[in-house]
Ligand binder design. Structure first.
Ligand SMILES: N=c1c2ncn([C@@H]3O[C@H](COP(=O)(O)OP(=O)(O)OP(=O)(O)O)[C@@H](O)[C@H]3O)c2ncn1[C@@H]1O[C@H](COP(=O)(O)O)[C@@H](O)[C@H]1O
Length: 115
């Protein structure tokens, strides 16, 4: 399975866990998050983002990079749950990144009407 397929497969599982698709909060972590509503996974995203920053700082001080990968995976996963809740998916984010391809962040910033 390619990495892009991994994202698509995970998105499909998350979709199947929605309350409207019969997701069961008793047996599924994703269904539980979605049933609880946005506060549950938005709180997790805040926590996971902080854990990513801490793991990256640990790498700065010589720690193994495995923990950083693990924490980024947690952040991506919870972000995908959030995207599904709002009717979006990783594909929408990949499309936006593809749209930006080749456009320098410095050039883009200079082009903003409010800059
Ligand atoms: N990729 C993930 C995934 N990554 C992380 N997690 C869960 O996200 C939670 C992360 O929370 P923490 O690290 O803060 O750990 P914790 O303190 O135990 O969590 P809380 O009690 O605070 O919620 C843990 O319960 C992890 O098991 C995930 N749970 C599910 N998936 C994928 O989602 C699919 C569907 O999962 P279910 O809906 O549970 O069947 C799975 O097959 C996986 O592919």
């Amino acid at each position: 399975m390619t990495q892009e397929n991994t994202l698509a497969a995970l998105a499909a599982v998350i979709e199947s866990r929605k309350p409207t698709n019969g997701g069961n909060p008793e047996t599924s972590y994703v269904a539980r998050l979605l049933a609880k509503g946005s506060d549950s996974f938005l709180k997790k995203i805040g926590e996971e983002a902080t854990e990513v920053v801490m793991a990256a700082k640990d790498v700065d001080y010589g720690a193994d990079k495995d923990k950083l990968v693990y924490e980024v995976a947690d952040l991506w996963f919870h972000s995908m749950v959030m995207l599904a809740h709002y009717g979006l998916s990783a594909q929408d984010v990949l499309r936006e990144l593809a749209r930006r391809e080749g456009l320098s962040g410095l050039v883009e910033k200079a082009q903003r009407s409010d800059s």
